[in-house]
Ligand binder design. Structure first.
Ligand code: CU
Length: 642
């Protein structure tokens, strides 16, 4: 047991740093009443009550790693997504039209609606040895500490080929790291090395499968989890006292938003299937359409229909939303209300933005809101970092921004369900605050690492235009999913950059349905540096000028392009970019960019037997010998095609 004074310090550190041991799962995090952390007297609750920590093991002193662990992905057999068969099914008849859009002038498509070959398989992450039903628990929360090296053995116990992507993490896109060209077959293992930079910014990211043609199937099946890069104690010490307290575990609430797309043992939704099509037990389509596609099911949070967050009246908390929308480019919104339904009354909460996509805002908190207060937009793979203080109970709703035939839209106050109940209780107010000095309105200015400098004020050295689009003529069945006119090609990069140069990319066509495709780029976050209308404009509500994001979505197509900048520091070789409608990605709206002139890279490291990896010395770089050289910094020409 730590002393009370010690606890204040330790609270901000992860268990694996604080005591060098494997942290013990704090409670039954999944789908049950939140409990306080063991041994801590606390008011309100923090991140750990909702997510079980991944149990890192400390590596031996002579190891190349600081920590190691094993993560398993369980699940069934995913259908390979190839256009148009995946969408229309095997019985597709030329000229047929989806039920929803058919005006009677054409035959209905045989499978009624869409996703004709979609499997309704469940996929999930769990710890090896867990014998509970696959998908009946949330994925473990993987905590990472800057400056530490991690080795993870990733076990594929699904019936599908897959891999593991660390969305938002600033690590290498090659070799053993975040290389989505890698793949692992059923029963085999992949070894991942995550070297978290000493200056990696603290923030929330997430992990999910990224195997081409199978990403959508596996993510919609439930395979996604949270990655939290923590503050180091050294860095934390340099922050204002108020901020240190605000950033500690007891003030931090992680909410993983998603959609219940498959019959899920976690939430018990969508349990009725007709052929390949789910009949939702909740959500709009239940009332209007007898058959509905998997995408219609309702929003969920932390794998549940409703999460309850208990906070102390008048105390500042940090609430981070991570949003996972496997399919759909329309965009979501999150809003805080005073009433559960039927009222637009504003909540009592002050809700101020502290960061986007796992990167702190340049100044915290954001106080200038040209848009509606308490209303936040989110792309389907974005994180929203909020400072929240309430005096009365509040209700959070999350839905598509506007109504569609299969979604209610956030304005439908009666039908859109609450995803988060914020329950306010009496208690002691601490010094916790997102402000450096709230009384004098002094904002906190977080330190910025080299890869997150203010590139908007620098002169770009290289330029590129990114333009996702649909090609093909003669109906949806002939759609081609393209970036800069090209479908996915693992052998040829879409673009080549020089190492250590400031890049400017102009994104055209990211406005979301029906005008475009939100684009995610791996490895480097992008700073938003204006639009085609003005070089000092934001690209949208949560695409704020000067801030960093990892998923570009402009508000309206007429403002194109959305200009972003970043610098090709530290990593060379390939980075992948793609539409974050994962189905579009699977059917080839994906490409890669090569970075030359930097450090040498390893080629994509192959799968191996799990036993061989396990039997390698603990914490050592195990199975799969490192080749002596890369390919001269030219990046790794992919072997992972399709
Ligand atoms: Cu798209």
């Amino acid at each position: 047991m730590y002393s009370a004074a010690c606890l204040l310090v330790l609270a901000a550190l992860s268990a694996h740093e604080a005591n060098g041991q494997a942290p013990v799962a704090k409670n039954e995090a999944n789908g049950q009443a939140p409990l306080a952390r063991k041994g801590k007297k606390k008011q309100g609750q923090g991140a750990n009550v909702f997510h079980v920590d991944f149990p890192w093991q400390k590596a031996s002193k002579d190891s190349d790693f600081d920590f190691y662990g094993e993560l398993e992905m369980c699940g069934g057999e995913a259908t390979k997504a190839v256009w148009p068969e995946y969408w229309y099914g095997p019985d597709y008849v030329d000229g047929c039209v989806d039920i929803l859009s058919n005006d009677g002038s054409a035959p209905d498509c045989p499978n009624g609606y869409r996703y004709g070959l979609s499997s309704q398989e469940t996929f999930a992450y769990r710890l090896p040895g867990d014998t509970s039903e696959c998908g009946s628990k949330n994925a473990p929360l993987i905590r990472l500490i800057p400056g530490k090296k991690y080795k993870i053995i990733f076990i594929n116990s699904t019936k599908s080929v897959t891999n593991l992507h660390t969305h938002g993490l600033h690590i290498d896109g090659n070799g053993y790291a975040d290389d989505a060209f890698r793949q692992v077959n059923p029963g085999m293992c992949l070894e991942y090395h995550w070297d978290i930079l000493e200056n990696h910014m603290s923030g929330l990211h997430w992990y999910h499968p990224h195997k081409h043609h199978y990403t959508y199937e596996t993510v919609k099946g439930g395979a996604y989890g949270l990655l939290l890069v923590e503050e180091t104690k050294e860095r934390l010490k340099t922050y204002p006292k108020s901020v240190q307290k605000w950033l500690d575990d007891d003030h931090q609430v992680l909410l993983h938003l998603g959609k219940a797309l498959n019959p899920s043992p976690l939430v018990g939704l969508g349990t009725k299937c007709i052929g390949n099509i789910v009949q939702c037990t909740s959500g709009r389509a239940e009332n209007n359409f007898p058959l509905c596609s998997p995408e219609v099911c309702r929003p969920i949070v932390n794998g549940k229909i409703l999460e309850t967050v208990t906070i102390v009246k008048g105390e500042w908390y940090r609430i981070i939303f991570a949003n996972v929308i496997p399919n759909g480019t329309g965009g979501d919104a999150i809003k805080f209300f005073a009433k559960e339904s039927g009222s637009t009354e504003k909540s009592s909460c002050e809700v101020l933005i502290a960061g986007y996509d796992g990167v702190y805002r340049t100044e915290i908190p954001r106080t200038n809101y040209p848009e509606e207060v308490d209303y936040f937009e989110s792309a389907g793979a974005s994180r929203l970092d909020l400072a929240v203080r309430c005096t009365e109970d509040a209700f959070v709703k999350a839905e598509t921004k506007i109504a569609t035939p299969w979604d209610w839209g956030l304005d439908d106050l009666d039908n859109v369900g609450v995803v988060v109940n914020i329950k306010v209780v009496e208690g002691m107010i601490s010094e916790a605050s997102p402000w450096e000095n709230e009384e004098n309105e002094v904002k906190w200015v977080p330190p910025r690492p080299d890869y997150l400098q203010n590139f908007c004020e620098m002169t770009p050295e290289e330029y590129w235009t990114v333009f996702p689009s649909l090609g093909g003529t003669g109906g949806n069945q002939n759609n081609e999913f393209l970036i800069n006119g090209l479908p996915w090609n693992g052998e040829v990069p879409l673009h080549t950059m020089t190492y250590d140069k400031v890049q400017e990319w102009g994104f055209i066509g990211t406005a979301g349905h029906p005008d475009g495709h939100p684009m995610h780029t791996h490895v480097w976050h992008q700073q938003i540096c204006g639009t085609g209308v003005s070089r000092t404009d934001s690209c949208g509500l949560m695409m704020e000028y000067g801030q960093f994001i990892d998923n570009v979505k402009i508000n309206v197509a007429s403002n194109d392009p959305c200009y972003t900048r970043f610098k090709t520091v530290r990593f060379s070789g390939k980075i992948i970019l793609h539409c974050h409608d994962l189905m579009h990605e699977d059917v080839d709206m994906m490409g890669w960019v090569d970075t030359v002139g930097g450090p040498e890279n390893l080629p994509p490291q192959p799968e191996g037997s799990c036993d061989a990896m396990r039997n390698a010395p603990k914490g050592k770089k195990g199975a799969g010998k490192k080749p002596k050289t890369g390919n001269g910094g030219k990046g790794t020409k992919g072997k992972g095609k399709g």
